[in-house]
Design a protein around this ligand. Structure first.
Ligand code: THU
Length: 139
């Protein structure tokens, strides 16, 4: 399935405007596309108890999963750095659960774009297949 990245990039840049980031002032938007063409956006939501902050990518992913989607074909992350920021380690692990080889583009409003995949960002990862293998292993 060929991905039309343009609307995803627009959606991620738009979602970034909704970010609640009064502490870091680092606004992030995300747009996650499912294989049946549903688009989920997210923004980072910070908290006065800093550790409870949730990143834009996880908001988009959890919205998608809670809506019943399980298969994903593309993720765009929008920030205002140059080069654009890639997903943090925690988000990489969360995305890996259902989308181990997800194509990812990190963008900013100036048009910079970094293209990668989740398997490049999180090689040799731990995931559901490892647990399933352990359940079926003979000891
Ligand atoms: N942030 C994201 O939303 N996504 C990332 O992948 C990296 C970091 C947010 C979390 C926090 O609100 C702010 O950026 C600074 O870390």
């Amino acid at each position: 399935m060929a991905v039309d990245w343009t609307p995803l990039i627009q959606a991620a840049l738009g979602a970034r405007q909704g970010a609640y980031a009064p502490y870091s002032k680092f606004l992030v938007g995300a747009a996650l596309l499912s294989d049946d063409d549903d688009l989920y956006t997210g923004c980072n939501v910070e908290n006065a108890s800093y550790g409870l902050t949730v990143c834009a990518e996880r908001v988009a992913f959890f919205r998608a999963v809670a809506s019943g989607d399980r298969h994903f074909v593309a993720l765009v992350v929008a920030s205002d750095t140059s080069p654009p920021a890639l997903p943090c380690g925690a988000c990489r692990q969360v995305l890996r659960e259902l989308a181990p080889d997800l194509p990812i583009r990190a963008v900013n409003a100036s048009g910079d774009c970094v293209e990668t995949t989740l398997s490049r960002l999180l090689p040799d990862s731990f995931g559901p297949d490892t647990l399933i293998a352990s359940h079926t292993a003979t000891v």
